[in-house]
Ligand binder design. Structure first.
Ligand code: RAM
Length: 360
């Protein structure tokens, strides 16, 4: 082989080696990002890292439901040797949550767990957080950002089941007939709107039940009371109200409790905290309502965030992760506008027979 050929071969070998080195390095980088970066591949770690910083951003800091949920989340983070910060506004708006997302970015948080007050308005800030390496988990009320950022939604129960079962509960109590209304929270809340969508679908089974109005109390007791009173004066013959919010149903129950003559024709049901509703169940103002344990929802969301930040959980459909004392949970495939999600479990129906057994 001539010197020129040797030179050519050696340049070729060097080139091949260089390519091999680049390939090896990029494979190494890929596998290191796969552990916490590329969340759509299977989990690469089996344990949760210690010292993780998780920001919990509930709908607001005052709603008792949200307070209980983030307490559950904090418990998960503390169990895993991490640090939890709870930050949000006092009103259920996306604008009030954005400063908390910015604070999480500034603090170099490992994960954000957020209940969306709006499906899309939070996306740019969350995308910025994701680009800074922060894992995004939504809980209670999802965000709808497509794949920017990729995120995992921790759903309290099957969305369709929550919506349809509330209509079925009311139908049972009012003999499937009469005018009904919905007392919701914020008009932009993804969870409320998804449930209301399924309520409307379920109402097709009850041709004699007529949905006459949906009003929004913004998860603020005073606003909820005002819109409730407006509803009652606009529809004096209302047969039923479904309030799929703990703030709305407790406000309405309190009002009906002091205006008992309305109970002659009006039935209230929806989603409520047993702790807020038990006295109204025992005095006959409300017969049945539903919910799940918000602290378990927050705890599960906390473990999802810890897992994503550690590489021991992923967005891959069918992958599983451990959620402390709740055991193992499976990631469900994206469907419709909902991305990968995890469901806590079926809701519980509360009535006079069981309402005292729950401490949330
Ligand atoms: C309210 C909030 C929350 C909802 C519960 C049932 O506290 O609107 O988002 O999940 O009710």
């Amino acid at each position: 082989m001539s010197m020129r050929n040797i030179g050519a071969v050696s340049r070729k070998v060097t080139g091949v080696l260089a390519l091999a080195l680049v390939a090896t390095l990029s494979a190494a980088c890929a596998s290191s990002t796969a552990s916490t970066g590329d969340q759509t591949t299977a989990p690469t770690a089996t344990t949760i890292k210690t010292g993780l910083l998780v920001y919990f951003i509930p709908k607001d800091t005052q709603n008792p439901y949200e307070v209980i949920a983030v307490q559950g989340g904090k418990k998960a983070v503390q169990e895993a040797g991490g640090k939890a910060v709870v930050s949000s506004g006092t009103q259920d708006t996306a604008a009030a949550q954005i400063p908390s997302i910015q604070a999480a970015i500034q603090a170099h948080a490992n994960a954000i767990v957020i209940a969306g007050n709006d499906p899309s308005a939070l996306c740019p800030a969350l995308n910025q957080a994701s680009n800074a390496g922060i894992k995004i988990v939504s809980f209670d009320s999802d965000i709808s950002c497509g794949t920017s950022p990729n995120h995992l939604f921790i759903n309290q129960a099957n969305t369709e089941n929550i919506g349809t079962s509330e209509v079925d509960l009311l139908a049972k109590e009012i003999g499937s007939k009469g005018q009904i209304a919905i007392l919701s929270a914020e008009a932009s809340a993804t969870n409320q709107n998804a449930w209301i969508g399924y309520m409307k679908q379920e109402l097709r089974k009850y041709p004699n039940m007529q949905l006459v109005s949906t009003v929004y109390g913004n998860d603020d007791p005073a606003t909820s009371l005002t819109v409730l009173q407006g509803l009652l004066s606009a529809y004096p013959n209302l047969a039923g109200i479904i309030s799929p919010t703990t703030v709305g149903i407790s406000t309405a129950a309190q009002y009906l409790d002091t205006h008992k003559s309305l109970l002659a024709h009006l039935t209230l049901t929806g989603l409520g905290l047993p702790s807020q509703m038990k006295s109204y169940v025992h005095d006959g103002t409300v017969k049945e309502f539903e919910l799940w344990d918000p602290s378990k929802l927050g705890y599960l969301a906390g473990y999802a965030a810890l897992g994503l930040a550690s590489g021991s959980a992923s967005l891959l459909a069918g992958s599983t992760f451990k959620a402390g004392s709740l055991g193992s949970y499976k990631v469900l495939a994206a469907s419709g506008t909902t991305g990968p999600s995890v469901v806590l479990g079926p809701p519980t129906v509360f009535n006079s027979a069981n309402v005292d057994q729950y401490n949330f």
